[in-house]
Design a protein around this ligand. Structure first.
Ligand code: C5P
Length: 301
């Protein structure tokens, strides 16, 4: 049996540059892996099956783990199955990339169990087919995401040991959150000039309230006021920065010291939010945690 962690991500910055001809949105985001994680175990079996500790998570074709398994076995003509067990901790949905992370780890774990040696570029292609955020989980650490989010550039590592992630009980649909922005169509010249600014901003990223942004916040806050309430709750408790992750509804907070983080955790204990203490996870920590599967990860991007 092979057991692997499947880490969550946050977005330090998330800018929606505009709508593309294919209907997707051009993004400029800075991804970050964090220590919060699910655990996935893979055991050899004749048939493919998935069980999950969270009964509200589907275990059929709607689950990206199953889609990843089918895509990989079709691509490499695999005739065996696998018994997969998903211990779910990352809230889903929550803007923390849980499903995408699970999909990337399934590609890695199944390659190992089935004795495959896909080229890193094949894995990246399969990952991008599964979802816009999936390729990032073959890189980890701090990274700039462009295009749909699948065009990646490693960035200088951000290290923040004292974070909280809180998820209120609301479900934001990513597709609807993109639609609610009403982004305008992009021209090629606008795209090129924006990318220059995006790269510069990502290089100069500052983890402070004025240094972070997420274009989804205003529309998600308008529809779900409790998410905004959560962010302001954090801001009144001595955080350095608090912001929604991805299309929400999770909000992360960065503290300067453990005492302030603990005091905030205590103060919010009786609220109806799932709360997690977390820390950033660097690229080397991320790769290390994937053990023997490291051999499958792309080295250059
Ligand atoms: O790629 P993924 O399946 O995660 O995206 C879910 C939905 O979010 C897409 O169907 C699309 O409507 C929207 N999306 C988008 N632009 C992106 C990423 C996702 O419009 N860059």
């Amino acid at each position: 049996m092979l057991t692997l962690p499947s880490f969550a991500k946050i977005n330090w910055n998330l800018k929606i540059v505009g709508r593309r001809a294919d209907g997707f949105h051009e993004l400029c985001t800075v991804f970050q892996t964090i220590s919060l994680h699910d655990t996935i175990s893979f055991s050899e079996a004749e048939h493919l099956s998935l069980e999950c500790t969270n009964p509200s998570v589907p275990t059929d074709d709607r689950n990206l783990v199953i889609r990843a398994a089918k895509l990989l076995s079709e691509r490499f003509g695999v005739r065996r199955g696998c018994r997969i067990r998903l211990e779910k901790t990352i809230p889903a949905p929550g803007g923390l990339g849980g499903g995408s992370s699970n999909a990337a780890v399934a590609l890695l774990g199944l390659s190992e169990v089935w004795g495959l040696s896909p080229r890193p570029e094949d894995l990246l292609e399969l990952a991008a087919e599964l979802g816009s955020d999936v390729p990032f989980f073959l890189l980890g650490g701090t990274a700039l995401g462009l295009g749909r989010g699948e065009v990646l550039e490693p960035m200088p590592e951000v290290i923040e040991p004292y974070m909280l992630v809180a998820t209120p009980p609301v479900e934001v649909s990513t597709r609807e959150a993109f639609e609610a922005i009403g982004a305008k169509n992009l021209t090629e010249s606008e795209l090129q000039s924006t990318l220059v600014i995006c790269r510069r901003d990502a290089q100069n990223l500052k983890i402070s309230q004025s240094g972070l942004c997420n274009d989804f916040e205003s529309s998600v806050f308008g529809k779900f006021p409790e998410v905004e309430e959560l962010k302001w709750g954090f801001q009144e408790s001595g955080v350095r920065a608090a912001q929604m992750s991805g299309s929400g509804a999770s909000v992360f907070a960065v503290f300067d010291k453990e005492e302030t983080r603990q005091a905030t955790l205590e103060a919010f204990r009786n609220r109806n939010w799932r709360m997690f203490a977390a820390a950033t996870l660097s690229r080397s920590e991320y790769r290390e945690a994937l053990g023997s599967c490291q051999r499958l990860l792309p080295i250059s991007f």
